[in-house]
Design a protein around this ligand. Sequence first.
Ligand code: ASP
Ligand code: MG
Length: 408
Amino acid sequence: MKEAKKSIVVMKFGGSSVKDVVCLKRAASRVVSTKKAGHRVVVVVSAPGDMTDELIERAHAITDNPDGRELDMLMATGEQISIALLCLSIKTFGIDAISLTGPQAGIWATDVHTKARITKIFPHKVVKGLNTGKVVVVAGFQGLNPDEEIVTLGRGGSDLTAVALAAALNSEVCDIYTDVDGVYTTDPRIVPDAQKINQISYDAMLELAGAGSQVMQARSIEVAKKFGVKIHVKTSLKNKPGTRIMDEKGMEEPVVSGVAYDKNEARLSVRDVPDQPGVAAKIFSALAKESVNVDMIIQSTAQNGLNEISFTVSRQDLKKALSVLEPIRHKLGAKEVFFDDRVAKLSIIGVGMRSHSGVAAKMFSVLADAGINIEMISTSEIKVACVIKESEGQKAVKLVHKAFGLGK
Ligand code: ASP
Ligand code: MG
């Protein structure tokens, strides 16, 4: 009888878990234990430490507006350092390992430089490595576009590589190793009594990630949900369970699971635009064409046939958004484009909100009692988000976290 195929485990190590020799050895020993436990192991790694930030800084030291292709070429080098060093480290334990770049691992993506999306994976080289008994170490965050150019997958994109590979390889679990114990009810640096969440649904995690919880890249959770990849986020420092991200079925979740806080926001308002069909379409199509992601959108009621359209973008897209908006403002005859880059977004998240009323009202009351002004509001079935002044952000997070009983 043929021996049953051993299960594939995908292990992803973030930048902090491969930042130096000590960390690399620790990561390697985890990989080796998993391999020795009888699994076939695929590892995905990020660039060491803050290397991606440093590489971007180096490009910006040369020019304000680096060319996307060259920026991708540069950024992709960070992960390549990690794969080679981790393989060398795994080999010192007497286990064979092979490093593969994203393109070598068969990862194809769309052509948008610095923000590409994975379109398909042909992992034959990965499978070949596994079939010859090797640990396969893949560079996260990178793929090949239809022009066979290297593209990167957006910041934090190694998570996406790991989850997409887990889906393509039909692996049971995708373990995400990081420098925190798991996903917390809010940022423990702001609220010291924040607690680790043991289990969370894809939807709630998606909102937490999208709302600025830095633990995992939002798109990777979308892909995990789509393909049913179970994720386990845990620390690479200790051997203990972290947070499991999975299907909501059969899972008890509190009304509010967490409070997310995102300082990386800028608010833009196009003032005195004519109140007529097609205005919003023009503004947001132009932004979409330049790949500027827009988050909250508010259009105020028309007065004298004029509207104000306000929305938020991430701070790094602000310059680009302003340059896209200027000619449109002119064409529409709008008075001005106003911006404020000292705002922050505070969100409460939980699938339990679906069946509870008064959750939003409670959040607004807490902010009101503290004299904190809400500049914008958006809601979904499982989220209430408010834009407030960045200077009041930390205080707001603490108060809201406490009000919903999330602390220890
Ligand atoms: N190194 C890339 C970044 O810092 C990808 C990742 O860490 O997941 O964004
Ligand atoms: Mg990183």
